[in-house]
Design a binder for this molecule. Structure first.
Ligand SMILES: Cc1cc2nc3c(=O)[nH]c(=O)nc-3n(C[C@H](O)[C@H](O)[C@H](O)COP(=O)(O)OP(=O)(O)OC[C@H]3O[C@@H](n4cnc5c(N)ncnc54)[C@H](O)[C@@H]3O)c2cc1C
Length: 421
């Protein structure tokens, strides 16, 4: 059997390695337009200087070849479903018995006047990162970060560490709007401001000024002079190949897969940033856009390609943002109160000098956990995250604690249970 994988990110590489681990005789071909395998999660830490950029790569082509994986550096341009073959940009075609799409995501470029100017950087691929890295190396200046999501915040802190002047402009009313409710978001904003980052929320970027190179960002409230701009306004799944091949897409624009990572076309699977899967806390189909879910999905796709029946139940929206440069950590899991607005829900809060924890409870289950502070207390958060994934009823947890239940998460969770009622 010959399995072809398109995309050499963590999803594609995990699928390739798992296939070889399960079956030495299965032929595996990995097509990737970028050199595998680097982690974009390390980009901000390379920018700050905390991690050397030589450590971006966590596998080399030689590592993969040693496992017997055949590597094609190049772009797949089409899938011929009837002939079961993939066409490459250089004119060649590769036949497959099973195909795994792991084409990932790319940054959304907002249609703002002047967005094509030099010095305006999106960041996802290695080449995009290298351009940003070269622009800030051995220099100081002013950066405007458009979008206060996780990547925007991490890069803002990294550039501050390099003594850049940093502004964040966010259209919505708070930082990390998809991860944090207003109260924890304000706490984080205060921490960022205390470290010299200027933040403007509820503000819309309307134009980038400059001749060839960007010189200023215009918003609906002000003009900010700058040397560079980072665009971090979200990722979009890369689905052109899938779409042209007749593979069904979901409401969020990702490839629809079932619990075995199968698409609607026989023998074609998909995994990673390019797919939509069920999210544990809401039960809705969502793009996960996280490293650990991409890896797990690649692993599961590989099993099912070989005829095993391994299920991917749902994605857990776990984001942890470590900002060691300023001694702050943020963690978020599950959903926010905005997602719960049509339900009755309860907010449980714990706050001490350096830490804020917020737990959202609805339908007698933990639906969301948000933390901002200095000491992340991983054990306790892990237990709460586990409760979201397992959809354990609070009443069951209380009963288990009363009976001295042995579930591994009970001892840590019991410290929170008193707050739930
Ligand atoms: C700056 C940054 C920081 C991040 N930090 C975190 C973090 O802390 N934690 C976390 O969980 N996640 C983080 N992420 C998200 C994480 O990197 C992604 O979820 C993960 O990389 C997705 O892996 P993937 O394999 O699905 O896709 P990708 O990493 O996008 O890889 C897909 C690969 O497929 C290739 N490809 C696409 N189409 C074709 C084609 N037609 N032919 C050949 N090759 C093709 C692409 O070039 C790419 O190399 C971060 C992302 C960024 C950008």
């Amino acid at each position: 059997m010959h399995v072809v994988i398109i995309g050499g990110g963590i999803a594609g590489c995990t699928a390739a390695q798992t296939l070889k681990h399960l079956s030495k005789t299965t032929e595996v071909t990995l097509i990737s337009e970028e050199r595998p395998l680097y982690s974009p999660c390390i980009f901000p830490h390379c920018l700050s200087g905390k991690i050397d950029s030589t450590r971006l790569f966590i596998r080399t082509p030689a590592d993969l070849q040693k496992l017997g994986i055949r590597l094609f550096e190049g772009r797949a341009t089409a899938i011929d479903v009837a002939r079961k073959e993939v066409r490459l940009a250089d004119g060649r075609s590769i036949k497959y018995d099973k195909l795994i799409l792991a084409t990932g995501s790319r940054p959304f470029i907002p249609p703002i006047k002047g967005v094509e100017k030099e010095g305006i950087f999106p960041v996802k691929s290695l080449s995009e990162f290298e351009k940003l890295y070269n622009a800030v190396q051995h220099k100081r200046g002013t950066a405007v970060i458009v979008g206060a999501g996780a990547i925007g915040i991490e890069v803002a802190v990294s550039l501050r560490k390099r003594m850049w002047k940093v502004f964040i402009v966010e259209l919505l009313n708070r930082v990390l709007p998809r991860l944090l409710d207003e109260k924890p978001a304000r706490i984080l904003e205060n921490m960022l401001r205390a470290n010299g980052i200027e933040i403007f929320t509820g503000e819309k970027v309307t134009e980038f000024l400059g001749d060839k190179e960007v010189k200023a960002v215009v918003t609906d409230k002000r003009e900010i002079k700058c040397d560079i701009v980072l665009l971090s306004v979200g990722m979009r799944p890369r689905v052109e190949l899938a779409q042209e091949a007749g593979i069904k897409l979901g409401k969020q624009g990702g490839i629809i897969v079932d619990e075995y990572m199968r698409t609607n076309i026989p023998d074609i699977f998909a995994c990673g940033d390019c797919v939509e899967t069920l999210e544990a806390a809401s039960g809705r189909r969502m793009l996960s856009l996280l490293w650990h879910t991409a890896a797990l999905q690649g692993y599961i796709a590989a099993y099912n390609c070989l005829g095993y029946r391994k299920k991917y139940s749902s994605s857990l929206n776990t984001t942890v943002i470590n900002l060691p440069e300023i001694g702050v950590a943020v963690a978020s899991n599950g959903i926010t109160t905005e997602d719960l607005k049509d339900k009755e829900y309860k907010v449980v809060e714990k706050q001490d000098a350096g830490n804020y924890l917020r737990v959202l409870v609805a339908d007698d289950e933990v639906k969301g956990v948000q933390f901002v502070g200095r000491d992340i207390g991983e054990e306790k958060l892990g237990a709460l995250f586990g409760a979201i994934r397992k959809r354990v009823k609070i009443v069951t947890l209380k009963e288990l604690v009363r009976k001295g239940g042995a579930l591994y998460l009970i001892p840590q969770l019991s410290t929170f249970l008193d707050y739930f009622y």
